[in-house]
Design a protein around this ligand. Structure first.
Ligand code: WQD
Length: 354
């Protein structure tokens, strides 16, 4: 893929979201130009302004922002017409596991239509590099606890949200392998993204009650919630609580930079490649709570309650492929994740909703 001049232009769909905003900063810092498309369904103008201010301070650069829906083909075409895009990182999509169970149609229509419309528009403009925001949720529970990329992918995931990720990977893989759009896809399968930019100026700002562990913990720490409910301590793990592979969002952003750089600068990749992005190390819920006790400087109050449906006892990432193909390894620790997540929440008790 040729890039005019030396500034490759990357379209980041959903770039005003948690992982998208951190990836925007990393790409700007690496010298790329960034175009963000986001309908702000899970973000806000305040978030866009905060990302912009931080980008200017940290990198001296600005991104171009378009508010609109990736599923709106006419709108998306204007974005491609106005910007000579060299590659795409696709985050835009709904991602609340619980909501997807209650409203599957909303998730199938939105998450699939955005991707199909994006692919159509990329074909029209001859853009072929595609980094996809995927998830470890595409793997089945194969009775093993550490997944490599050959681990069986499910037909149906544990939630409609997860199933939309599986279906999107199938669509991308079939199109890429057919040579139909000359598409080259790297599908990054995240494990558990956590933390915030070290400045504390951007971070995770879930709408409503947080589904995930660490934003719930920081909301307890900042006094927005009374206590954390620990969903079960009777799992077959050392301390009885579930074990997960947590990865700092700044490390995760670095993985996206390395993936898009690989797509733009080399030609030896297969048309479609799924790559696990995790630390390779697992921490239990109690160990995560202990990390936050230390970061916050006080005990996080919690109560053990019954298990949450669908939770697996343990899964972590095999990380050899990310190291080999992208030269990626995580640098930040669970302590860094707790420190940075708390720094963000303590500075912004209501996230971007202030
Ligand atoms: C982690 C652990 C819970 C909340 C999910 C999605 C996955 C991906 C990452 C998008 C589990 C326990 C949690 C709470 C708790 N998202 N927990 N009390 O379930 O591993 O993965 O987020 O791609 O698709 O499924 O992450 O943070 O929800 O839970 O005890 O209030 O914390 O039981 O063991 P999970 P999580």
């Amino acid at each position: 893929m040729e890039c005019e001049g030396n500034m490759s232009r990357i379209l980041i769909t959903g770039g005003a979201g948690f992982i998208g905003s951190h990836t925007t900063l990393t790409l700007l810092g690496a010298g790329y130009d960034v175009i963000i498309v986001d309908n702000l369904s899970n973000s806000s103008h305040k978030a866009v302004d905060a990302i912009g201010a931080l980008a200017l301070r940290e990198t001296g650069k600005q991104f171009t922002f378009y508010e609109g829906d990736v599923a709106d083909g006419a709108f998306l075409r204007t974005v491609f017409e106005k910007n000579k895009i060299d590659a795409v990182i696709h985050f835009a999509g709904f991602k609340a596991v619980g909501e997807s169970v209650a409203k599957p149609a909303k998730y199938y229509v939105n998450n699939l239509l955005t991707t199909l419309t994006l692919l159509n528009t990329m074909k029209e403009f001859g853009v072929t590099g595609f980094v996809f925001s995927s998830s470890a949720t595409v793997y089945s529970d194969p009775g093993i606890t550490q997944y490599d990329e050959s681990t069986t992918r499910v037909g149906r995931a544990s939630s409609p949200y997860g199933t939309t990720k599986v279906i999107q990977e199938w669509i991308l893989e079939d199109i890429a392998k057919s040579g139909d759009l000359l598409l080259k896809v790297i599908s990054l399968r995240y494990f558990n993204p956590v933390g915030a930019h070290s400045s504390g100026e951007i971070g995770e700002s879930p709408q409503g009650i947080p589904n995930n562990l660490t934003p719930f913990i920081t909301q307890v720490a900042v006094g927005k919630r009374d206590f954390l409910s620990v969903f079960g301590d009777d799992y077959p793990t050392p301390d009885g609580t579930c074990i997960r592979d947590y990865i700092h969002v700044t490390d995760l952003a670095e993985a996206h930079y390395l993936a898009v750089k690989r797509l733009l600068e080399t030609n030896d990749l297969p048309e479609f490649d799924g790559i696990n992005i995790g630390s390779g190390k697992g921490y239990s819920v109690f160990e995560v709570i202990a990390a936050f006790d230390k970061a916050v400087g006080k005990k996080i109050p919690y109560k053990v309650v019954s298990r949450r449906d669908g939770d697996l006892a343990e899964f972590t990432a095999k990380t050899e492929k990310a190291q080999k193909l992208l030269g990626f390894t995580t640098k930040l620790t669970i302590g860094d994740m707790a420190k940075d997540a708390w720094n963000w929440q303590s500075k912004h008790p209501n996230g971007f909703d202030e």
